[in-house]
Design a protein around this ligand. Structure first.
Ligand SMILES: Cc1cc2nc3c(=O)[nH]c(=O)nc-3n(C[C@H](O)[C@H](O)[C@H](O)COP(=O)(O)OP(=O)(O)OC[C@H]3O[C@@H](n4cnc5c(N)ncnc54)[C@H](O)[C@@H]3O)c2cc1C
Length: 445
């Protein structure tokens, strides 16, 4: 297996894959730093508004997490609906689920409106249970979805075998309105639309520092009225908020194409996008050219400080997958790649305007393309016309000083990895907002 992001391989034939770097000092009304799903969405929402917008990206558009991702477009990311309901209560959980749902809808609208060529697939979700505890997880999710009036279908052990070609799962829940994309081609497609609509984009340009309204790169600078950071893996010299961002590592691999007859056997009832109920879960779906895209990780490398490039982890994920699907025991996986996702301690994004410098906005730690898409758009709308917006309450969910189980200063004693794991586990499995914590409720009342 070759260590290479498959989506970069699919980019090889693209026309004009790179915009030249910034090499001069320029002015703008709004500068966006970072062109992943969040930054692209921010720029899109400012298109044709009569303001000069500049987008600066240190790699290529989509060159970090967004363009490495598996491209599952679903509101379900790391936080399941049942976990949101436990933490926030029914009304606020629905509000937050709506954030991710809106993010999915926005991406689909961009793709269909502009005909973006990004291997767009309509793929229902299938959340699959492993063992008894997995079956309980599935029923829990089913209950949560019913509570909010969503559509889904539950399958027990016998029924699930009829819709997925494996004997290994204890059940599953399926739901619609979810999609698969090649998120690097999506990002490059968005770049083209933005350029056509007057947004200036500079790739291979890293913002190294910001002094008041001026952001400096190696070869130039942008002086802007408003600056929106949608950047990942930021250095604390740019903002102290960087210290509160963590990284979770996952791995992906891609197979050779499957024959149509094999697809019939593995996905007899439709080309689902699937993941299982394990703590470090496996996930897979079919690409448009019939390859299996398979991802997963392990406990040891999830919180690694640097990318782990060895194939050891993904080899184990593939082995587990083959055991679940003996029919695919000879299927070859040809490329694999790691990716570290920026996240906060409770998996909810952080969106803030600096108190002392309210023209600087940060969108950080968005886990999932839909969350990033919503959050980028949100920050841009507020940077452009805060008074005209009616959704300020989201700032309260996403504030940087919300309640965490273990505060940051404990890192000195416990280390970053332990603080992250404890906070993360707490937020996922135990945390409940108290009236004091429930910022959004307080804001609305
Ligand atoms: C392997 C993998 C699989 C995943 N699978 C899925 C999935 O199936 N579905 C899903 O919804 N999510 C998935 N994710 C998560 C998802 O990719 C991210 O949560 C999402 O892309 C975050 O988007 P973003 O715009 O916030 O960040 P990013 O995509 O990381 O974008 C930030 C951008 O900022 C740029 N940047 C950073 N610093 C600077 C600077 N100083 N100057 C200029 N530019 C800068 C970076 O180069 C980058 O392009 C996956 C992630 C990985 C790694």
């Amino acid at each position: 297996m070759i260590l290479q992001n498959w989506w970069f391989t699919t980019l090889l034939g693209i026309k004009d894959p790179i915009q030249p770097p910034l090499q001069k000092d320029i002015k703008a009304d709004i500068l966006i730093v970072g062109a992943g799903a969040a930054g692209l969405s921010a720029a899109y929402s400012l298109m044709n508004k009569g303001v000069k917008v500049v987008l600066i990206e240190k790699n290529i558009c989509g060159g970090s997490s967004s363009g490495k991702s598996a491209g599952f477009l679903t509101p379900d990311s790391e936080l399941e609906l049942s976990q949101l309901i436990r933490r926030y209560g029914k009304a606020d959980a629905a509000d937050l689920w709506g954030v991710a749902t809106k993010g999915v809808e926005m991406m689909v609208a961009h793709i269909t409106r502009h005909n973006i060529n990004c291997d767009f697939q309509v793929q229902d979700c299938l959340f699959l249970g492993n063992g008894e505890s997995g079956w309980e997880d599935i029923q829990e999710e089913m209950k949560a979805r019913k509570m909010l009036g969503f559509a889904q279908t539950l399958y027990d052990r016998n029924e699930v075998k009829k819709i997925i070609g494996s004997e290994s799962y204890s059940g599953g829940v399926r739901y619609p309105d979810t999609y698969g994309v090649n998120a690097l081609l999506y990002s490059q497609g968005m770049k083209k639309i933005l350029l056509e609509n007057g947004i200036e984009i500079y790739e291979a340009s890293e913002v190294l520092s910001v002094h008041e309204h001026r952001a400096e790169t190696h070869l130039g600078s942008v002086t802007a009225d408003q600056i929106i950071f949608c950047a990942d893996k930021l250095h604390s010299s740019v903002t102290q908020l960087a210290d509160s961002i963590y990284h979770a590592q996952t791995f992906l691999s891609i197979s050779e194409p499957l024959s149509e007859s094999m697809i019939e056997k593995i996905f007899p009832a439709g080309r689902f996008q699937c993941w299982d109920s394990d703590l470090v879960y496996s996930y897979y779906r079919l690409t448009g050219d019939n390859r299996i895209l398979l991802g997963g990780g392990d406990m040891l490398t999830t919180f690694s400080v640097n990318d782990v490039n060895s194939s050891r982890v993904i080899d184990a994920v593939i082995e587990k997958f083959r055991k679940k699907f003996p029919l695919l025991s000879d299927l070859k996986f040809i490329q694999y790649w790691p990716g570290r996702i920026d996240t906060t301690r409770d998996l909810i994004p952080t969106i803030v305007r600096e108190e002392a410098k309210p023209w600087i906005h940060f969108v950080l730690g968005c886990v999932g393309l839909p969350w990033a898409t919503f959050c980028g758009d949100f920050a841009a709308r507020h940077a452009y016309d805060d008074k005209g917006c009616t959704d300020h309450h989201y700032y309260e969910y996403f504030r940087a000083d919300r309640h965490f189980f273990i505060p940051l200063w404990m890192e000195k004693f416990l280390g970053k990895r332990i603080v992250f794991s404890l906070n993360n586990g707490w937020a996922k499995y135990y945390q409940k907002e108290t009236p004091d914590d429930a910022g959004a409720k307080a804001y609305r009342s």
